[in-house]
Ligand binder design. Structure first.
Ligand code: ATP
Length: 432
């Protein structure tokens, strides 16, 4: 993981937040390549979830009426058990350590404080008055923005069950023990979808969504042996769920949850109906029935998924062989932040002229880079490290044969392609 963190900083993927001030713990900034990669990932999720008849999207606000969080159970229940070591002052999640053993940080015995419940929601003030009536929360999940809009969406879009509402957005949790780079942060992005179904059909719907979501991760290039199902047993089910399973990824620090698929029953709609006084029933005009729909939720952290994708793509090849060693990000081409790099072999003006023209043509279609600095080998290595699928080299032969060399990132095979055919060549490679 430390190699990956170093590469992310050196190559402009991810920087520590407010670094020049010493950084802000557990907050990270996406750099120029990070934001491209993350946008590509989010766009892929958005397309996979909404390019279907039965799912529409929303973008709800982060700040919501505070009663939302009473109704959802977050005010009373969204907390983790916390203990401190009285000697070294380190703070732990009580469910993550064995409290009968010495402090894992300083080794002191019987040094723990009592366990306290710590609510993970951030609070802030809305408006100029700093009294309790102006207190609002930063949302700890995006899902509630979907539930409170259920009726708005259903009626305006004239949706019949089953249908889903998808959303991508920031969420905030004042985690007790953030860490492992962007795995657990206090500000992160979620990609969530709530699928509303007729009660009684939730099992089959959950099975269908499990399959869709599993396939999506494979289609992003994750290796099948690196992901697994982690079903929740009756003891670990959330209060609102009648079934739940996670998709875990094998991160360098071990297996960890990447996505949760939850059968949330009608818990949320029922709670909002009670707290708001608004009737949340779905009216089935064909069968002349009224009921609260059940919900299947798919919830994946954009940043955590991004981390899995980077861990999976990161390879060190021919280690120890100075001539052949390279680190390479084998991203799925659809995710690669940069799709092609145009590399004139020298700075001679006649090469630059052809190269600039090529860059203008290709760069307008695919996010590309133009690089003339350093040896060609170094420039290839640099592009490998950021996961660019194709490098296009313009050399002196180009001036005669009007062709360029296209190098494949993964195989390192080089092909000579006529400039006139480059666009078609790339179109074929970037069919996704
Ligand atoms: P964990 O057990 O890891 O705290 P959770 O079960 O509380 O996660 P959910 O509430 O189901 O997580 O959130 C759905 C998804 O949001 C998770 O699978 C994860 O990808 C992402 N997520 C949750 N908390 C964080 C966080 N602090 N930082 C980054 N991503 C997060």
């Amino acid at each position: 993981m430390s190699d990956l963190v170093a590469l992310c900083k050196q190559r402009g993927f991810i920087f520590q937040s407010s670094e020049i001030y010493g950084g802000l713990n557990s907050c990270w900034d996406m750099g120029p390549y990070g934001v491209e990669l993350k946008n590509n990932l989010k766009n892929r999720w958005w397309k996979a979830m909404t390019l279907r008849q039965d799912v529409v999207g929303v973008d709800a606000s982060i700040l919501m009426h505070p009663t939302v969080w009473k109704a959802s159970g977050h005010v009373d229940g969204f907390s983790d058990p916390m203990v401190d070591c009285k000697v070294c002052k380190e703070r732990f999640r009580a469910d993550n350590i064995d409290m009968t053993k010495p402090c894992p940080k300083c080794g002191s015995k019987d040094s723990y404080t009592d366990v306290r419940q710590f609510n993970l929601m951030f609070k802030t003030q809305m408006g100029a008055m700093e009294d309790t009536s102006s207190m609002v929360y930063l949302r700890p999940e995006t899902a509630q923005g979907i539930f409170v809009n259920f009726l708005n969406v259903q009626t305006t879009m004239r949706k019949k069950l089953p249908f889903g509402i998808a959303q991508i957005g920031k969420a905030f949790r004042n985690e007790i023990t953030p860490g492992n780079f962007i795995f657990r942060t206090r500000e992160f992005e979620q990609m969530e979808m709530q699928y509303f179904v007729k009660p009684g059909t939730q099992k089959e719907s959950m099975e269908a969504w499990k399959e869709i979501r599993w396939k999506w991760h494979l289609e992003n290039g994750l290796r099948a042996e690196k992901i697994k199902w982690a079903p929740h047993g009756p003891d670990s089910l959330a209060h609102y769920a009648d079934a739940a399973t996670d998709i875990e990824y094998e991160f360098p620090m071990g297996w960890g949850e990447m996505e949760g698929i939850h059968s949330r029953t009608d818990f949320d709609l029922k709670q909002h109906q009670e707290y708001s006084g608004k009737n949340m029933n779905y009216v089935d005009q064909v069968n002349n029935e009224k009921y609260l729909p059940y919900v299947i939720e798919t919830s994946v952290g954009a940043d955590r998924c991004l981390l899995a994708i980077m861990c999976d793509a990161y390879r060190l090849e021919n280690e120890g062989d100075a001539d052949k060693e390279r680190s390479v990000m084998k991203f799925h081409p659809a995710l690669s932040p940069i799709k092609t790099a145009i590399l004139p072999l020298s700075k001679k003006s006649e090469l630059e002229e052809v190269s600039t023209k090529l860059f203008e043509d290709i760069g307008g279609v695919y996010k590309s880079e133009y690089d003339v600095a350093g040896t060609i080998g170094k420039r290839y290595r640099r592009q490998d490290e950021i996961g660019t699928p194709f490098c296009i080299t313009v050399d002196f032969d180009t001036l005669n044969d009007h062709a360029v060399t296209v190098r494949d990132r993964d195989t390192m095979v080089q092909e000579r392609i006529a400039i006139a055919n480059v666009q078609n060549y790339l179109k074929d490679k970037f069919k996704f």
